[in-house]
Design a binder for this molecule. Structure first.
Ligand SMILES: *Cc1c(COP(=O)(O)O)cnc(C)c1O
Length: 374
């Protein structure tokens, strides 16, 4: 790779969908209708169908989607929700926004999602729900988690913010528990040109309650039955998401193809690749593990490859979580010290993928200390 050519970590400027987005924006501008209208309704129908769910409800963000599901299930103060310590901190913050306490169970070191045995050990009489995260695009270990939820009478809510169109042993994410939550933050596999989120569920009562909660708790106009939130998907973002949804399957295939190329090409004693444990992985990110991450990141940066760390701080170690008195999660602590995300997005060129593989494979081994008594 020439010194002048840098591979950015992500590319968010619209590409092949550019004209569709422009047409969608013009349609909304011309309609004069901007919040909770026909575009949102159409998008909800189309997104529910894409997810294999009966209902989708558009909301303001992926964080709000989680909070509103918990509120719709009457989970709040005094209740505990078991979730993953390795995720965007918003998963746990959403639990706190509902008034409940996030409880962290450690992760499985291979799948990097909730370890079912650790979840079982974290259940208390106050536990009301499990909130697994389908991290980096790969589903959590759902079979034991679903069995545990049903055995203990707990709700299971799937944080699918990183896993649009992913499946778990063939079952679409978001449809296995009572509800699944999605984010359309611009970097996600399906991104808006701003914030957005959705809940999918096949429970009509949960969908109806979230529709009420997202709009101030109103039942009819100016009649507020409960203290809801103000978290609505707007018409502009809904129209943009409708324009992009038809491309999502192709973009997902491209993500999987790049990941397969990485897996076939990366052969360095200095990095380990987390295994693909489910063929339904949609590769929101491509993390690698290194025991000398600073050296790997510096070497890739010098080679023109931009990388990011997902995530540098375990959620239980965030100052914002101190009040939840989180227990330590040693596997997560170790992974947070080793994980590094390589660029992976649909518009990443094949030549860049090859150059990234070559750069990873060219990382020199660590200098060994000189023997003390030669
Ligand atoms: C992005 C993300 C969220 C939060 O979504 P927002 O739309 O940014 O609020 C929650 N959980 C996970 C796993 C995420 O990646």
């Amino acid at each position: 790779m020439s010194d002048a050519h840098r591979v950015p970590f992500n590319a968010l400027r619209p590409g092949e969908d550019r004209e569709d987005i422009a047409a969608a924006i013009r349609r909304v501008v011309d309609s004069g209708w901007f919040v909770l209208g026909p575009e949102v309704e159409q998008f909800e129908t189309e997104f529910a169908r894409a997810c294999g769910a009966a209902h989708a409800v558009g909301v303001g963000t992926g964080t709000d989607a989680i909070t509103l599901v918990l509120r719709a299930l009457d989970i709040g103060p005094g209740d505990e929700v078991i979730t993953s310590p390795l995720s965007a901190a918003y998963s746990a913050l959403a639990v706190m926004m509902a008034g409940a306490r996030p409880v962290f169970a450690d992760i499985d070191p291979a799948r990097l999602t909730l370890d079912p045995a650790a979840v079982e050990a974290a259940i208390t009489p106050r536990t009301r729900a499990l909130l697994p995260v389908h991290l980096y695009g790969q589903a959590a270990d759902m079979t034991p988690l679903l069995a545990m939820a049903s055995r203990h009478g707990l709700a299971l809510v799937e944080d699918a913010a990183q896993a649009h169109l992913a499946t778990s042993q063939g079952r679409p994410v978001g449809t296995m528990g009572v509800a699944g939550t999605f984010s359309f933050y611009p970097t996600k596999n399906l991104g808006a040109l701003g914030d957005g989120g959705a809940v999918v569920t096949s429970d009509a009562a949960v969908a109806a309650r979230i529709r009420r909660l997202r709009n101030g708790g109103q039942t009819t106009r100016y009649h507020h039955e409960e203290a809801g939130a103000n978290s609505r998907l707007d018409e502009m973002q809904a129209a943009i998401l409708r324009a992009r949804l038809p491309y999502l399957a192709g973009w997902t295939a491209r993500r999987r193809a790049i990941a397969a190329t990485y897996r076939a090409g990366i052969e360095s004693a200095m990095v380990t690749l987390p295994p693909e444990l489910d063929a339904g992985h949609v590769y929101h990110l491509f993390p690698v593990l290194s025991t000398d991450r600073p050296a790997l990141q510096a070497h890739l940066s010098a080679s023109g490859v931009e990388t990011l760390i997902h995530y540098p701080v375990p959620i239980p170690r965030q100052p914002a979580l101190a009040a939840a008195r989180p227990r330590p999660c040693p596997v997560t602590d170790r992974i947070c010290g080793q994980v590094l995300s390589l660029p992976l997005y649909p518009m990443l060129a094949d030549a860049d993928v090859r150059a990234i593989i070559a750069a990873v494979n060219a990382l020199p081994p660590p200098r060994t200390a000189a023997p003390e008594n030669p």
